[in-house]
Ligand binder design. Structure first.
Ligand code: ADP
Ligand code: ZN
Length: 731
């Protein structure tokens, strides 16, 4: 156990605040003293701000000017391991500590006393005057013995307006009390019977249980095809952690955090876990944050930022769908939750389980190198078998103009409709058409603020920029040559595909699933659940359907453009296509009926398409690994992206050139700087963007070198510099 230091009243303490200052500030410990790690309120100029006592003060500041900590907040102090995690994560991602602290305190009102709410129970006086409504309230309370209710509950139960209850409370016939809102989470029972595991699953569960009992850090790559029972296996690992009195965290890509998953947890442990995601209310966030810190939330299921919750005794982190790109936060603090999970676990002696049907090459290579343990589930559970995968060679299909469903695919869908089974048509492009072209002058309509084309969204009746979100009405006149009625959509997006499907299969019930067509994540999830229950014959979806949903009646997946991902210059293009296609195909045939996946491709002989079809995963990974090794790129070399931006293109380039010339710090570690070059998206929201890329050998001290490189820079005007260590996307 760590023994947090204690500071007596008046001792100098160094406080970290969430304010954008690049140093700790000295204060005097308040009356009654404080522990290291205490959350405090301190004066900063005219304001009061939240801070954490980080350690002893440095004392290099005029002592007479040092102010006192105002008060210690009534929450569990930050643990030494959390301080260390934030520090190391900051060093790794080259992020200021103030920003790390903001990530770790993403719950409002931490400084306030425990939030209270009013509850009502039977009082001991009789009201001056009885009415029917008043009688119903008192009867309802008598019926429930001594129980208390919220105003809303009680009024609803009695069928009266809240003012009736308030009136009774004023007279003392009903007692109004304050009750704390931040209640502990219900107890999860790891010893409820789980499912009877298959032999494969049992081996995996045993191995994980033993690893968790060791109480030491380690990472396991749990690989298994979709439907093989990875979730069942890792729930047993969760059970073991709970038995040992340790907390567990299950990270899911945001969209995979469904009611279905929570119901499974409830079935296994008898109660629901804490749920941390962007849709959670402020009150809920605060409750989770506090309860996690007090050890009164045993299991948190959450999106990536749950990693920064103040766990008291974290014994297990599951990263489900570990290859998913949404684990990389792409704005603000640029961190990869998968990598940070490993870091956090290493610091607190926890086990990490990375689960995926199609692991990232990073994790695959770590398992090959023996850094991670490996567990594999090879068969789907029960009768479910893997889908048969075939390519449709688009060069030999007769395609009418402006159509994307080939005759072969159409035939297969028709066959499924006849059998009452579901089909999924997959296209990874939102909107109606990716390009709007003027047939008179050839101009493509672009965004005014970004170097990107506007995408037509018929559903919204607007053109939209996918970079900055700017929208405008679909024009009738070409903005460039003023020709009338000559603008035409080019290429398919999900909405256009839906239109074609409606015309091709007029009797089928068609559901379209694209993240931008639903007002909220909740509405989208509700729709997904409807579909899973069979409420659609044909599902048309973008990438989001690839993520961990169960569609038991789905037996056909048609990929409209399997070549789409292969064209990018991204070093992970092949890996991404491979993962995405296999994930999507995995949607087919989850229950008793076997599935088929058909990939429409103009280059079915492409090695990546061939690897997807043959299911030769090891072959694919080995070939991909060999190529990256030869090129010295991740995971066999290291990279960092530097993006410079500003409204004045000349200034941005000047800065980039100056950095490229003064690259001594980078060359000293045997690394190289490439660029400056215009970023692939050279302008976003009116800001010009220039990119430098640093490539370093695997063992090099990359972050340290970058820090030394950028430290002397003074950014003029509105110039900005952001560093992305281990970049995942190159935009
Ligand atoms: P994965 O996480 O690998 O996609 P799941 O754990 O979701 O797989 O399992 C797929 C389906 O099979 C789920 O509905 C799950 O409840 C069921 N299943 C898996 N293993 C078992 C088992 N041993 N007993 C009963 N049902 C199982
Ligand atoms: Zn734009």
């Amino acid at each position: 156990m760590d023994d947090p230091g204690y500071f007596d009243e008046g001792d100098l303490v160094a406080v970290l605040t969430a304010q954008p200052l690049d140093r700790l500030l000295d204060y005097k410990a308040p009356e009654g003293g404080c522990f290291q790690g205490a959350f405090v309120e301190v004066p900063l100029g005219p304001r009061k701000v939240l801070g954490v006592v980080w350690g002893p003060g440095r004392g290099d500041y005029d002592r007479s000017k040092i102010r006192s900590v105002i008060r210690v907040l009534d929450v569990a102090p930050m643990r030494a391991e959390m301080q260390s995690f934030l520090g190391r994560a900051a060093d790794y991602t080259l992020t200021p500590m103030s920003a790390m602290l903001r990530l770790a305190t993403r719950a409002p009102g931490l400084g306030e006393p425990p939030s209270m709410r009013k509850i009502y129970r039977l009082g001991d006086t009789t009201p001056d005057r009885m009415t029917k409504a008043r009688t119903r309230v008192l009867e309802a309370l008598r019926d429930y013995g001594g129980l208390a209710f919220t105003l809303k509950e009680l009024a609803e139960m009695a069928g009266v307006t809240p003012s009736v209850v308030k009136g009774l409370a004023k007279q003392g016939a009903v007692r109004e009390e304050d009750s704390p809102r931040d209640l502990p989470f219900p107890h999860l029972d790891p010893d409820l019977p789980g499912k009877v595991l298959t032999e494969d699953q049992q081996v995996g569960a045993d191995a994980l249980r033993a690893a968790i009992r060791s109480g030491r850090y380690g990472t396991t790559l749990l690989k298994g095809v979709t439907g093989s029972g990875k979730t069942e296996v890792y729930l047993e690992a969760v059970a073991e952690a709970l038995r040992m009195g340790r907390q567990a965290l299950v990270l899911l890509p945001e969209i995979a955090l469904t009611a279905e998953f929570l119901t499974r947890v409830e079935a296994r442990f008898g109660a629901r876990p804490a749920e941390w995601h962007s849709g959670a209310t402020m009150t809920e966030r605060r409750r989770i944050w506090r309860m996690v810190g007090q050890g009164e939330a045993q299991l948190v299921v959450g999106a990536r930022s749950a990693l920064f919750l103040p766990f008291r005794n974290l014994g297990l982190i599951i990263v489900d769908e570990e290859h998913d790109t949404s684990y990389k936060q792409e704005d603000g603090v640029l961190y990869n939750a998968r990598d940070m999970a490993v870091l956090r676990a290493a610091i607190c002696g926890a086990r990490v389980v990375l689960a995926s049907a199609t692991p990232s090459l990073e994790s695959w290579a770590n398992a090959e190198a023996g850094k991670y343990d490996r567990l594999e589930l090879t068969a789907r559970f029960g009768a479910a078998v893997l889908p048969e995968m075939r390519a449709i060679d688009m060069r030999t299909e007769k395609m009418p103009a402006a159509s994307w469903i080939s005759p072969s695919l159409r035939q297969t869908v028709t066959d499924r409709l006849g059998k009452g089974e579901q089909s999924l048509l997959f296209i990874n492009r939102r909107g109606y058409a990716p390009v709007t072209l003027c047939r008179a002058c050839g101009q493509q309509i672009g965004c005014d603020h970004c170097d990107a084309r506007m995408v037509e969204h018929r559903f919204l009746k607007r053109l939209m920029c996918h970079q900055c979100g700017e929208t405008k009405p679909i024009p009738e006149i070409c903005p460039s040559c003023k020709a009338e009625d000559r603008l035409a959509p080019v290429g398919p997006g999900i909405e256009r595909l839906a239109e074609e499907a409606e015309a091709t299969f007029p009797d089928a019930k068609i559901a379209v699933l694209s993240s931008d067509m639903f007002g909220s994540a909740r509405a989208l999830k509700a729709k997904i659940e409807e579909i899973a229950e069979g409420d659609a014959d044909i599902v048309i979806g973008t990438q989001l359907v690839a993520k961990g949903h169960n569609f038991p009646n789905l037996t056909l997946v048609g990929v409209i453009d399997a070549d789409l991902g292969l064209q990018g210059s991204d070093l992970r293009a092949a890996e991404r296509t491979f993962q995405l296609m296999r994930q999507v195909a995995g949607r087919a045939g989850r229950a008793e009926r076997p599935g088929t996946a058909l990939l429409q491709s103009f280059q079915p002989e492409h090695p990546v398409i061939r690897a997807i079809l043959s299911g030769d995963e090891t072959g694919f990974w080995k070939a991909e690994a060999a190529e990256r090794q030869a090129a010295g790129v991740p995971p066999f070399g290291r990279m960092a992206g530097i993006v410079l931006s500003g409204t004045d293109a000349g200034q941005v380039f000047d800065l980039g050139n100056a950095m490229a010339r003064n690259d001594m710090a980078i060359r000293q570690i045997g690394a190289q700087v490439f660029g400056p070059a215009p970023a692939p998206i050279a302008r976003i929201r009116g800001r010009h963007r220039v990119r430098l890329l640093v490539k370093a050998p695997k063992g090099a001290a990359l972050q340290e070198a970058i820090s030394r490189w950028i430290a002397p820079l003074r950014l003029k005007g509105d110039l900005r510099l952001s560093v992305d260590v281990d970049p995942q996307s190159f935009y």
